[in-house]
Design a protein around this ligand. Structure first.
Ligand SMILES: *Cc1c(COP(=O)(O)O)cnc(C)c1O
Length: 430
């Protein structure tokens, strides 16, 4: 009997009606050489597929579910709001509460606008940066992902790295010309671009902790040096904290590293599992947005009351004084259990962790850059992924993605994972 029978049938049907059978490419499981699994429901740190197989889930919806699946307070908040209606295309009290909450988490954010995805947040932030500075070009970093809008699909990590393409068909050369690509953790590469394009760079945008080439940490002083260069050249510094925001710590990566960006992009966690994004920053810059200023930006469902209710219920729980200690305790426990297993194979593996984000790379001797990450053995990753899946551990279906630990993961989950890992690596490397 095939234990994935219902998933297989659903995927076969999906392929008739949906391009590639999926609504987002990495879900196709292509880079791990199998068909996707269809999830029926989630509970805490676990997901259960349509065939009834249960897994310890390390994707956590790619980040949003930092409290685990089916969080009761978020569900309750959505239910209560749902009773009243779903959308008005008009102002509502929840969006005001949400905006005020966000500014409490991020001192650099004086004003914030809600959108419906991380893609919209970054896309809008660079339009604002261009409109505000009157300059055209942006600097991004090789391997950083900022959603799928045209300007960013240039050396953009994860999905693109997985499929071995450096960009996307349909992105015009003219758009690509306005995106300059620097090397993460290499401040000289940024300065060289700023010198060369002095008067035409509007903004530098980056993931302060990289989460889309696997987890890669910023080198000491890198973020501080970027802040200084941005000031020196009159360029806005934009932190894309769609992953790191509300995860690295209360004030995101900018809080942990003590850097104030000019604009911050948010998503994922902020929606409590519903589709939400946001971008915000200095009052003076944000007020360049329509209807106050000349930069147009809008959204029929932006600030949607159901999504706001879910997000508020999420952020309220993250406001508990011990929340980030509890999250770090979980992530540390996880590392304590799996690190001894990984260290048996120093010629095969490296492990990076930034708080509750981590990646096991099938590349020895550390991964400190995008170039290092690219050396990882994706065939071996696929083998590992499939073996772990069989043992009830659901991992990112691509080498260049992070694992997301939540406070709902239990000691038992971690022990099961460490045992599965130990068996898998022994099978693979003897
Ligand atoms: C996921 C992600 C995005 C895009 O968010 P979507 O909600 O998928 O559009 C942008 N930036 C970063 C850093 C991300 O990880």
């Amino acid at each position: 009997m095939n234990k994935y029978e219902k998933s297989e049938a659903l995927f076969a049907k999906a392929c008739r009606y949906i391009p590639g059978g999926v609504n987002s490419p990495v879900r196709a499981f292509k880079s791990v050489g199998r068909n996707p699994i269809y999830i029926d429901h989630g509970k805490g740190g676990h997901i259960i597929d349509v065939d009834g197989n249960e897994y310890v889930d390390y994707i956590s919806s790619w980040g949003p579910l930092i409290l685990g699946h089916a969080n009761p307070l978020i569900q309750e908040a959505i239910r209560a709001e749902l009773e009243k209606g779903t959308s008005y295309g008009a102002c509502n009290a929840r969006e005001v509460e949400m905006a005020a909450l966000i500014t409490q988490f991020f001192p650099s954010v004086e004003k914030v606008r809600m959108v419906n995805s991380g893609t919209e947040a970054t896309m809008s932030a660079i339009r604002l940066a261009r409109g505000y500075t009157g300059k055209d070009k942006i600097i991004k970093f090789d391997g950083c992902y900022h959603g799928h809008s045209d300007s960013f699909l240039i050396q953009a990590g994860s999905g693109l790295a997985t499929f071995g393409t450096s960009g996307s068909a349909g992105v015009t050369d003219r758009v690509a010309q306005d995106t300059l690509v620097a090397t993460y953790n290499d401040i000289d590469s940024v300065e060289a671009l700023l010198k060369r394009f002095q008067d035409s760079v509007a903004a530098i945008i980056l993931e302060p902790v990289m989460g889309n080439m696997g987890c890669i940490l910023p080198a000491p002083h890198f973020l501080q040096e970027l802040r200084s260069l941005a000031d020196q050249y009159g360029v806005l510094l934009i932190f894309d904290e769609v992953i790191s925001g509300f995860r690295m710590g209360r004030g995101g990566a900018q809080g942990v590293y003590g850097i104030q960006p000019d604009l911050t992009c948010m998503g994922k966690i902020i929606g409590g599992g519903l589709p939400v994004g946001a971008f915000g920053g200095k009052k003076e810059i944000m007020d360049a947005l329509s209807p106050n200023g000349p930069v147009y930006q809008a959204g029929t469902l932006s600030g949607n009351p159901l999504a706001m209710a879910a997000g508020i219920a999420m952020l309220q729980q993250l406001s508990a004084p011990d929340f980030y200690d509890r999250l770090e305790e979980r992530a540390t426990k996880f590392e304590q259990l799996i690190r001894p297993v990984i260290e048996k194979y120093p010629e095969e593996l490296s492990f990076n962790r930034a708080g509750s984000l981590c990646t096991l790379f099938f590349k020895p001797h550390g991964v400190a850059s995008n170039a290092d990450a690219k050396q990882a053995d994706t065939q071996k990753y696929a083998q590992y992924f499939n073996a772990m899946l069989e043992k009830g551990i659901y991992l990112p279906p691509a080498q260049f993605e992070c694992m997301f630990i939540s406070v709902a993961h239990t000691d038992e989950d971690f022990e099961k994972t460490a045992k599965a890992l130990s068996e898998t690596l022994a099978e693979m490397f003897g």
